[in-house]
Ligand binder design. Sequence first.
Ligand code: CP
Length: 311
Amino acid sequence: MKKYTDLEDIDNISGIVEEAIQIKKSPFQFSGLGKNKTLVMLFFNASLRTRLSTEKAARNLGMEVIVMNVNAAWELEFEEGAVMNLAASEHVKEAAQVISQYADCIAIRAFASLTDKEKDLQEMVLASFQKYATVPIVNMESATAHPLQALADAITLKEFATKKKPKVVLSWAPHPRALPHAVANSFVQMMQRLDVEFCISHPKGYDLNPNIVKDSTVIYDQEEALKDADFVYVKNWSSFQSYGEILSKDPGWMMTQEKLKTAKFMHCLPVRRNVVVEDAVLDGPDSLVIEQANNRTYAAQVVLKKLLEQI
Ligand code: CP
């Protein structure tokens, strides 16, 4: 593996999931692999899980880790040919090359703006670092994708599936703020590559990018979608068509124990209790959210291991 910016960088999903599960059983077995290697993590946005689990994964492999909150540094310019007489003090052309002098791998978190659809779809931040950095890039959630989360979710599904081809539902939920599409996008792409019966359920107007959804089933009636589900992945996202807008806050879409029945509940976290999902689900025995968060370490670790093997 030369980079991990989207799921297409994995050519064998079941193989990497199995390897992550083996690493989880013995997390320090490759602790010499990252000796004298440095991971620089750049955060343009806040994080709890991604920051801690990726750092833990790197340290398990023996890497040094440098974390930088980019918004506390010089404001970066990303436009080619920009006349830099406004706020930005440094162009990503220099910044990415400079950071590459200190890093053997650069991991980046940079959310969608949700205001400029074209720029978000172009993945301006991630793509610029890919273009100008001279070391491998890892996506810690970009404008359109969260492949480390999706890999952790695939590991969790593998661990908890009790049948060969489980039914998995991605169900939209209300939220007071407009949220990006990255988690939902990568989850859809991951489900398209796994042997699962998969459908997406959301109110009309919340269709995800058709280039991501492709021929995945969409059922606008949540009750119908949830029928016989084995796993229910709940997530809010803002409208893609009316880009970044909140079209509905309908509490009827909140996940409840009554709707979940015997299915396992999944969510990437952070989650708004009693808005996205009721307490009874999160506090009940069918919630996998803590195990998903735990698996973020092994998702990151298997990815970093594969990158280190190529450096
Ligand atoms: N799920 C996830 O990426 O969590 P953080 O935003 O806390 O990193």
